[in-house]
Write a protein that binds this ligand. Structure first.
Ligand code: SF4
Ligand code: SF4
Length: 365
């Protein structure tokens, strides 16, 4: 057995020593609820991490599976009374697994695509060309993100349509993948940092002062992760923050009951809970009702952390749980193309419609 190489053993040891094994994290872990084994719970994963890093636990398929079925939703971090940053430990472990040659084929294919094409979808055309928009100097930049550009095109189209209807002079950006996909699965941070800087330089070139995002994952990257590695000399806003303070004239939606799903990247990772609700409150006639688990307590959609691509059954199982919590609603609104995709894919024969807030607002404008 070859030795597992790591520079993180002390850091992980300190974090794991703080854990009292109380299990509060496990009580909220969506992947544990889906899989049912302690090794696939928050505390199980940090214990596994310590065992892997100190060489006690050999890396095999089950170990990889337990580490990579975490959606990085961070509900465990919220719940932990000892303030153990479980997600940080899991991501350290993933990064060390990759450094030691253990990477899932699905994740390797995505990362290779980002390196070759600048997006995880093997798309050769750039973002601006795909969106069919010219770049120009402007104070507002729209960072569409790979998913809304190449897959959930209605989200990018609606976001740009809303900005146009409001008379906002905005430009799209010559963007590369924001880096979230790579960072979540443990790819080399030095390489990811070069991508960060490349995106920052491309935005700077356009004279942009405020960058708006329709993807919760890209938003979290620029708001929280980029500043750890590069200077971010712009205001960073999710499109819902941009719209919350504006007057919107919207057609009414009478007789419809809606609820809102907080994307983990936007909610627990960035603390943005009120802006989307303020935008939804502008829709006349709409009956809005919260799910029991909302804002910081929101349950994950199951789509994040690389889980959807590598473990689709678990991912869809988590989505089904979240959808069942919204059984009273006609529509579930959210603000992230990943959440929309995963929830819509997991809805089965449930009557609920899952919709991105920008698509809804564009239709009502
Ligand atoms: S909640 Fe915190 S202290 Fe309790 S088992 Fe989980 S990580 Fe450990
Ligand atoms: S981040 Fe979410 S999925 Fe991962 S261990 Fe914590 S609660 Fe479970």
């Amino acid at each position: 057995m070859s030795e597992f190489k790591t520079e993180n053993l002390e850091k992980v040891r300190k974090a794991v020593n703080v854990c009292t094994m109380c299990g509060f994290c496990k009580s909220v872990c969506p992947s544990f609820k889906e899989i049912g084994w302690d090794a696939a719970s928050s505390r199980g994963r940090i214990t596994l991490t310590y065992g892997i890093l100190n060489g006690d636990i050999p890396v095999d398929e089950s170990v990889i599976r337990n580490l990579y079925t975490c959606t990085t939703c961070a509900d465990c971090v919220r719940r932990c009374p000892s303030k153990v940053d479980v997600v940080d430990i899991i991501e350290i472990c993933r990064s060390d697994l990759v450094k030691n040659g253990h990477m899932l084929d699905k994740h390797k294919a995505m990362c290779d695509s980002v390196v070759k094409y600048g997006n995880p979808y093997r798309e050769e055309k750039g973002v601006a060309e795909t969106l069919g928009v010219e770049r120009h100097k402007a104070e507002i930049g729209y960072f569409a993100g790979c998913t809304a550009t190449y897959r959930s095109k209605e989200t990018s189209r609606s976001t740009m349509s809303v900005l146009k209807k409001l008379g906002v002079d905005f430009t799209v950006v010559d963007e590369l993948c924001c880096g979230s996909v790579l960072q979540r699965v443990g790819y080399d941070q030095d390489y990811i940092t070069t991508m960060f800087q490349r995106n920052i330089d491309a935005i700077k070139e356009l004279g942009v002062k405020t960058v708006v995002f329709s993807c919760a994952g890209c938003y979290r990257m620029f708001k929280v992760e980029y500043p750890k590695y590069v200077d971010v000399p712009f205001e960073i806003l999710h499109i819902t923050e941009f719209l919350a303070k504006r007057d919107l004239e919207l057609k009414p939606m009478e007789g419809v009951t809606a609820t809102y799903h907080d994307p983990c990247h936007m909610g627990r990772h960035c603390g943005i809970y009120e802006a989307p609700r303020e935008v939804i409150a502008k829709i006349p006639g709409l009956v809005f009702k919260e799910m029991e688990y909302n804002r910081a307590l929101s349950h994950c959609c199951g789509g994040g952390g690389g889980v959807r691509s590598a473990f689709p059954d678990e991912s869809l199982g988590i989505a089904a749980t979240r959808l069942d919590e919204a059984g009273f609603a006609d529509i579930m609104i959210t603000s992230c193309p990943f959440c929309v995709n995963n929830l819509a894919s997991g809805k089965g024969d449930r009557g609920i419609e899952v919709v991105d807030l920008m698509e809804l607002i564009d239709k009502l404008m």
